[in-house]
Ligand binder design. Structure first.
Ligand code: MN
Length: 478
């Protein structure tokens, strides 16, 4: 169980005593408000908001979010009201607590019947992303204590976590949160498959651990000998759920999984990343084609690291990821890493929303039919994204199976309406070609073109393109 001392300890790394005044006050207020309440697992209620606040502190979120997390269940579950929160803690914390509470508690019965809740979520996210980040921390602790809940409700909550919250965390780049939520939900949602995976890797994992431990010791020695000040070397086991998904794709053959455990080396400076890589390659020879420099060329989602696989003296390979502290935090915490410390200001001085979220908010407003809305959400939020480039090198994010027409309409309505052809990687391509990550896409337009062809509605996959084509066709009819 996480205590208030634990929370203070994490916060003291980044905050002064003066900064922490609000957190201390929020903790006492919440403890008082929840006094006498117990959770189903038997512990005092306060340990729940405390855990949520602790996860946020670990992500280095701002003091306001952490205080709001401590108070997040007060108005709903105690005699105190939103007004009491506002009166005692001011507008901003009040606003976050209200946002989290209003996210809704519709029972999850599959995404089709979940439209109203999703609408609320996107609306809240568009106002302040911290609201959904607090909700994710709240959900994480609820999942960790799910054994206290009756079986039918347990399954419902686990499904909602796997089908709604984990994809949202993923979309926000919060990969640690995503995998944590998935692995917590996995045994409840797919008990048989969970047992299959855990049995499958049990023996292999034991051996791998011993092996990785040896490689780790050797690596440590090398770094010390060469005066590289590393922060951490850790063996990272692939998360169970993502392993399960990968196994399904690889014909359930564990021998085809090479990255069961990877060694992650965290250093202070970018230059150290390259020094470490050089030293590793001096000791062990690298596998051809497996060296990836995502520092010089970050992945389109911003991910940075050096990756390599090497042959070791044990006749086996070992995977390494090398990165700085900052790269590690960006990769693990995603958008939460941008809401840290005191960087974000008061209400109204909001950061610019990610484009995909702006887009979801637009859909939320324009599509009133719930079934239609869910169809689009499934397309835009819950399926994989690809990243393509404009000829100028700007990154454009589109859903899987997007075509040059989707690209054209994403850039500008006029580019879409006047589109007559497309080049993919400098080659002429049909308008219904399927784009892949990394493609450079160029749209050929003709200013004399009257507008889209009705057939295009069958080709495009994004809501954005569909809406724009429909509206142009309608205007032409009138
Ligand atoms: Mn809660």
């Amino acid at each position: 169980m996480i205590t208030f001392e634990d929370l203070k300890k994490v916060l003291s790394l980044n905050y002064t005593d003066a900064d922490m005044k609000t957190v201390i006050k929020a903790f006492h207020f919440a403890s008082e408000a929840h006094r006498g309440q117990k959770r189903r697992t038997g512990e005092d209620y306060i340990y729940h908001p405390l855990a949520a606040a602790y996860y946020l502190a670990k992500m280095k979120m701002d003091i306001t979010s952490i205080s709001a997390a401590l108070l997040h269940d007060v108005p709903e579950d105690t005699d105190f009201t939103f007004e009491d929160i506002k009166h005692n803690f001011g507008k901003e914390i009040y606003y976050l607590v209200r946002g989290v509470t209003k996210l809704g508690h519709l029972k999850y019965r599959g995404m089709e019947r979940y439209a109203e809740n999703l609408r609320k979520m996107f609306l809240a996210m568009s106002k302040d992303l911290r609201i959904i980040i607090i909700r994710l921390a709240d959900r994480r602790h609820n999942m960790e204590t799910l054994q206290g809940v009756r079986p039918e409700k347990r399954l419902r909550i686990a499904k909602e976590t796997l089908e709604i919250y984990a994809p949202i965390a993923n979309r926000l780049g919060m990969f640690r949160m995503k995998t944590t939520l998935e692995d917590l939900a996995f045994p409840y949602v797919y008990p048989d498959e969970y047992k299959w995976v855990t049995d499958l890797i049990k023996d292999r994992l034991k051996n791998e651990f011993k092996y990785i431990e040896k490689i780790k010791k050797t690596t440590q020695k090398i770094l010390v000998k060469n005066n590289i000040a590393y922060v951490q070397i850790q063996g990272r086991v692939k998360s169970l759920f993502s392993l399960y998904i990968k196994l399904l794709r690889k014909g359930k053959d564990l021998n085809k999984i090479y990255d069961l455990i990877a060694l992650r080396i965290i250093v202070k400076e970018i230059a150290d990343c390259y020094s470490v890589l050089g030293l590793l390659h001096k000791k062990w020879s690298p596998l051809k084609g497996r060296i990836k420099d995502y520092i010089a060329q970050p992945k389109p989602n911003g991910y940075q690291s050096l990756h390599t696989s090497v042959f070791t003296e044990f006749g086996k390979t070992a995977e390494f990821q090398i990165r700085t502290i900052q790269m590690d935090e960006e990769a693990e915490y995603g958008i939460a890493a941008h809401h840290r410390y005191k960087e974000i200001g008061v209400l109204g001085k909001r950061k610019k929303l990610p484009r995909w979220l702006e887009h979801l908010v637009e859909i939320q407003k324009t599509i009133t039919d719930n079934a239609e809305f869910i169809k689009h959400i499934k397309n835009d939020l819950f399926i994989n994204q690809i990243f393509v480039f404009t000829p100028k090198g700007d990154v454009i994010e589109l859903p899987d199976n997007a075509t040059p027409l989707d690209f054209a309409y994403y850039i500008h309505t006029d580019i879409g309406n006047k589109c007559v052809g497309a080049k993919i990687n400098n080659q002429m391509a049909p308008l219904d070609a399927i784009l892949k990550s990394g493609d450079v896409v160029e749209i050929v337009t003709d200013k004399n073109r009257t507008g889209p062809n009705p057939d295009w509605l069958e080709i495009v996959v994004t809501t954005n393109a569909k809406n724009k084509i429909k509206s142009n066709l309608k205007n032409r009819e009138e």
